[in-house]
Design a protein around this ligand. Structure first.
Ligand code: GLA
Length: 322
């Protein structure tokens, strides 16, 4: 019997910056997706999920993960297909998936499933996949299986994260710096509403960024001075978000290290309104939830987290007993 548990992640700050090679600061959660089962001699993967009506049966090797039904199996098939492309032998497997993460809740339940599948599939081989290689493999799997052009944040945070620390990721260099969240701070995560990035405006935002980069070059290197070259008002606002958000990640990380919690909270506020007004990935329900959380005087800052269009909000609070 093999069992693998993989955490979800919450992003403290730095949203919609990863797919232009910018900065992000997510942290692994203590909510997990677990796969338990046994390898078999059959050339198939058979998984049941406690949260899905139908099980999935995937014949090996997987050539096209995007046609697998039911759809949740595509994340599994995507990873198995990428392992096949890399020449990693994959045994048959029969098992079950359970999760304490909200599915489609913006806490990377899909990336957690992908990494868990990869760890199970690689558990009986001697492999030399680093955390970064594993994350890249799972990112490619998600692109191919589900067509969502996601960045590297979720998979790399989950593959390389440490409990209690945030992962400052430079999504161009793919470097990770662990930043301990001080004991007197509490990270609050509230699930507000279901969402899916599939068919959402996520891909439109990625396309907007490509358009901007045709005008000003790499967004990760852009500054406010470059905004003058962007005449289209929508692209101007999108660029303003990305440029300012990259700076806020740096500033927030510095504020946490310096234990300047008021400033850290302020950067989260600025991030939320930048996402809401310039990037347009929030909505009224999420804005209200953020404002509601801020009515608690111990809350330093709050924002929508992850891909947006629903999902979760994240807040930072001084612990009452500190
Ligand atoms: C989703 C994607 C990530 C990232 C966030 C927004 O979670 O999977 O790659 O782009 O949205 O920051």
């Amino acid at each position: 019997m093999i069992s693998v548990s993989v955490p979800g992640r919450v992003n403290l700050i730095g949203d919609h910056t990863d797919y232009t090679g910018g900065l992000v600061l997510p942290m692994p959660l203590d909510q997990y997706t677990t796969i338990t089962g046994t390898t078999t001699d059959e050339p198939t993967w058979h998984l049941r999920s406690a949260d899905e009506d139908l099980p999935v049966t995937i014949a090996l090797p997987v050539i096209d993960p995007s046609v697998i039904e039911p759809r949740w199996g595509r994340y599994v098939a995507g990873v198995l297909s990428e392992l096949h492309v890399l020449g990693h032998p994959v045994s048959g497997f029969r098992g079950t998936v359970t999760t304490t993460l909200p599915i489609g809740g913006g806490l990377s339940s899909s990336a957690a499933l992908e990494i868990a599948v990869a760890r199970i599939a690689l558990s009986d081989t001697s492999h030399n996949l680093s955390a970064t290689d594993l994350a890249l493999l799972c990112q490619r799997a998600e692109h191919r299986a589900c067509g969502v052009p996601c960045g590297i944040m979720d998979q790399l945070c989950i593959a390389s994260g440490k409990p209690g620390s945030a992962t400052l990721i430079d999504c161009h260099a793919l470097s990770v710096t662990h930043i301990v969240i001080p004991e007197d701070l509490e990270v609050i995560v509230q699930f507000i509403s279901q969402r899916t990035l599939l068919g959402s405006e996520y891909a439109d935002r990625v396309a907007d960024c490509h358009e901007i980069e045709k005008l000003v070059g790499p967004l990760r290197l852009a500054t406010d001075d470059d905004l003058g070259q962007i005449n289209n008002p929508r692209l101007h606002r999108r660029a303003r978000h990305v440029i300012s958000e990259n700076q806020r990640v740096r500033d927030f990380a510095q504020a946490i290290i310096a234990m300047d919690y008021e400033s850290a909270g302020e950067f989260m506020q600025q991030s939320h309104w930048s996402l809401a007004k310039d990037y347009e990935t929030s909505n009224e329900i999420m804005d209200q939830a953020v404002q509601q959380l801020l009515t608690d005087p111990t809350v330093l800052g709050a924002r929508i987290t992850g891909g947006g269009f629903g999902g979760c909000i994240v807040g930072l609070r001084r612990r009452k007993d500190s």
